[in-house]
Design a protein around this ligand. Structure first.
Ligand code: ASP
Ligand code: MG
Length: 406
């Protein structure tokens, strides 16, 4: 007997017929002799509508009332899912985050799960009832409903799987699994059978949208075996596991991209201690996340240029912060560019192989694509390029690293 958590995303619960089919998967797991707990997201499009209503009135995304509104989509789908399971002859019940409880800390709209008291959920499973948890929601120290950020029901599923010491956490979605690159752009992209937590974490944080980044970090920390698979097919998906479970490791496992980038360059800032601190301090105070940074060496030791990137959402605010500090930063002028994209190649094999970055630079140069900024980590090389070359770069790199489907 295995203990399994099944999580269904919004497209897998798009209407009553979809909910019925998803419920059949849960029932099949129970009939196979396994214990199953289900985590649901809101029906497709619901959360967007709820957020839009809040924005129309208040335009704020960090309040308790935001959470009390946007969490309701999951209440609907959890109840409907439990009804669908019962209609198939198996007992079920829905659980809201506060009922379990899923205790959280941190602010509204971006709460972190602190503890899940899984005793009652286990009780359900032991007596053959399928517990259906509303994902994306918990209860804060102020006893109010909290939510975990968009896509947060993935994190609910992983946290529940960890609390239940589940053998597996299946994330049912509308794609077959994790691909070497976005198959809508790279026609030769392949589904990966396995990927390491670290690679998945980089892929998710570098723009692949298949799992919420936080959920992957949590799975890695608690060693939850994740499977990403399609709810529309009966084929195995991609297993996200520890490195020790992967026998033959590719050097590069995947290529990610993000268009959610904007670049700011300060021309001729003084080249002396404290300048970087003077720029990034006020940005941090304004809660603006800076991603890539390059600073040049000055020719004569007096002035240099400094470039950094932020998300497009923060672009306007970042510009305001820099301009508000123009006097003390003492730069000559600003260059602003939001027509940029970041392309990243990712693979744990990079640790033991030289020349991975060089192949990226060579490939891009052969296509005449200029690299604007470079950043690297142990298992990733990212470059910033003009947005219009995103597709060309992805396809060329996919071929260059030998990732194309045979
Ligand atoms: N329903 C929430 C959202 O759309 C949470 C989720 O789907 O994971 O972001
Ligand atoms: Mg999702």
């Amino acid at each position: 007997m295995a203990r399994v958590v099944q999580k269904f995303g919004g497209t897998s619960l798009a209407d009553i017929e979809h909910i019925r089919r998803a419920a059949q998967r849960a029932v099949a797991e129970v009939k196979a002799g396994n214990e199953v707990a289900v985590v649901v997201s809101a029906m497709a499009g619901t959360t967007d509508q709820l957020v839009a209503w809040v924005d129309e009135i208040a335009g704020r995304d960090d309040s308790a009332e935001y959470d009390s509104v946007v969490s309701t989509g999951e209440q609907i789908s959890a109840g409907l899912f439990a009804l669908a399971v019962e209609s198939l002859g198996v007992p079920a019940r829905s659980w809201m985050g506060w009922q379990v409880p899923v205790a959280t800390e941190g602010g509204h709209g971006r709460a972190r799960i602190q503890k899940i008291n899984a005793a009652d959920v286990v009780g359900d499973m032991e007596k053959g009832t399928i517990p259906v948890l509303a994902g994306f929601q918990g209860i804060g120290p102020d006893r109010r409903v909290t939510t975990f950020g968009r896509g947060g029901s993935d994190t609910s599923a992983v946290a529940l799987a960890s609390a239940l010491k589940a053998d597996r956490c299946d994330i049912f979605t509308d794609v077959e699994g994790v691909f070497t690159a976005d198959p809508r752009i790279v026609a030769t992209a392949r589904k990966l059978d396995r990927i390491t937590y670290e690679e998945m974490l980089e892929l998710a944080s570098q723009g692949a949208k298949v799992l919420q980044t936080r959920s992957v970090a949590l799975a890695m920390k608690h060693r939850v075996r994740l499977q990403v698979l399609s709810s529309f097919l009966d084929t195995p998906g991609t297993l996200v596991v520890g490195e020790e479970e992967i026998v033959e490791q590719e050097i590069v496992s995947g290529i990610a991209y993000s268009r959610d980038e904007a670049k700011i360059t300060l021309l001729k800032v003084p080249d002396r201690p404290g300048v970087a601190a003077g720029i990034f301090g006020p940005l941090a105070d304004a809660d603006i996340n800076v991603d890539m940074i390059v600073q040049n060496v000055s020719e004569d030791g007096s002035a240099t240029d400094l470039t950094f990137t932020v998300t497009r959402n923060d672009f306007g605010r970042a510009q305001e912060v820099i301009e508000a500090n123009k006097k003390s930063l003492n730069y000559q002028s600003l260059i602003l560019d939001s027509q940029v994209a970041k392309v990243s190649v990712i693979g744990v094999g990079m640790r033991s192989h030289a020349g991975v970055a060089q192949r990226m630079f060579q490939t891009l140069s052969e296509k005449g694509i200029n690299i604007q900024v470079i950043s690297t980590s142990e298992i990733k090389v990212s470059v910033l390029i003009a947005e219009e070359y995103t597709e060309l770069a992805l396809r060329a790199l996919h071929t260059a690293y030998g990732l194309d489907a045979a």
